[in-house]
Write a protein that binds this ligand. Structure first.
Ligand code: COA
Length: 320
């Protein structure tokens, strides 16, 4: 019988402090008008004291578990996607495990920057289908505010903090679940979007650097192509798709990708206006919004996609 990984619950967590464009414009040389026109972003959440990637991830997991009706102790796999871990090591996944009181599980972090949640989902799906685990927490969690150069207006206005999580359970012979995933990376483009520090080079954490225009150009092409691939792998056409939940980097990238694919905008979940780009957290955060407001329903065909530093990119098609 074929095993599929089914999403049983989705959870989210945002820092307490919401920062709108006007507040940012009081600190750096920018304007609400410029940010909205170029990106669609109106506000973001910024982690305060005591709020970390790990605490946000744990909060998102608690909500996902409660909605799934599954006890933390029944989780046997934790895959956490982040580029902003609490510490260089141990993994933030093991910190979340401890915070949730899970006595034994496989737990590790995945580093694929903004595509991290797609990578984590794909790895967890493979492990569930391979019989290594039955119930997984798959998490995207970030505190990008801590690696931003707050004097670089071209990047600091684009990002925010947050965490999203799903509970994934292996099910035998059902219709629902992940139908296909596709992942890619092209390391020749490292310098387009990177952090200028690290434990083995500078010994510092570093700050985010980006060539925005080049990233934009690659994003539309790569996302269009990987969406086509994942639909083909799942034996679906664009017309079968109920909802696309894209990485929330920029409303213009999302619009351009949807248009290139022939997807109408009313089937695309957009949360970049309220969350900004939360890197690995953005897809599960957007998924949570659309599930909670009743747009995404059990049985719907949902496609997730993301692209990020590396470059890395990927997509997943599932019956929710
Ligand atoms: N406020 C006001 N002006 C700003 C600004 C800001 N926050 N940031 C940059 N500018 C200025 C620039 O200095 C430049 O001025 P100049 O023409 O006098 O030199 C002008 O705006 C245009 O800059 P440019 O970088 O060419 O703008 P753009 O139209 O490419 O938009 C991005 C910039 C970053 C919004 C856009 O390139 C983008 O979204 N790229 C993708 C980024 C992304 O999604 N990254 C994450 C992927 S995971």
């Amino acid at each position: 019988m074929s095993v599929k990984s089914v999403i049983r619950g989705v959870g989210a967590a945002l820092p307490k402090r919401r920062v709108d464009n006007a507040e940012l414009a009081a600190q750096v040389d920018t304007s609400d008008e410029w940010i909205v026109e170029r990106t669609g972003i109106r506000s973001r959440y910024i982690a305060g004291e005591g709020e970390t990637t790990g605490t946000l991830a744990a909060d998102a997991c608690r909500q996902a578990l409660a909605r799934a009706g599954i006890a933390a102790a029944d989780i046997d796999l934790i895959v956490l996607a982040t580029a902003t871990p609490d510490q260089t090591f141990p993994s933030t996944a093991t910190k979340v495990q401890a915070m949730l009181g899970i006595p034994d599980a496989i737990a590790f972090d995945v580093q694929a920057v903004c595509s991290g949640f797609l990578y984590a989902l794909s790895v967890a799906d493979s492990m569930l289908r391979g019989g290594n685990a039955r119930r997984a927490l798959v998490i995207g969690a970030e505190t990008f505010s801590r690696i931003l150069d707050w004097e670089d207006r071209a990047t600091c206005v684009l990002f925010g903090d947050g965490a999203g999580a799903v509970v994934l359970e292996a099910e035998d012979g059902g219709e629902r679940g992940i139908l296909a995933t596709r992942l890619h990376a092209d390391g020749r483009h490292n310098e387009m979007l990177y952090v200028d520090g690290g434990p083995s080079t500078t010994g510092t954490v570093g700050k985010l650097r980006m060539k925005g225009r080049e990233v934009f150009r690659h994003a539309v092409v790569n996302l269009h192509d990987v969406l086509g691939e994942v639909l083909e792998a799942a034996d679906l056409s664009v017309a079968d798709v109920d909802w696309v939940v894209p990485h929330q980097a920029n409303a213009r990238i999302i619009d351009a990708t949807a248009r290139k694919l022939g997807l109408s905008a009313d089937r695309v979940v957009l949360t970049v206006d309220r969350h900004a780009n939360t890197s690995a957290a953005s897809v599960p955060l957007a998924l949570e919004v659309a599930v909670q407001d009743g747009r995404i329903k059990p049985g719907d065909i949902v496609v997730l996609e993301a692209m990020g530093g590396g470059f890395t990119w990927g997509a997943a098609a599932l019956r929710f």
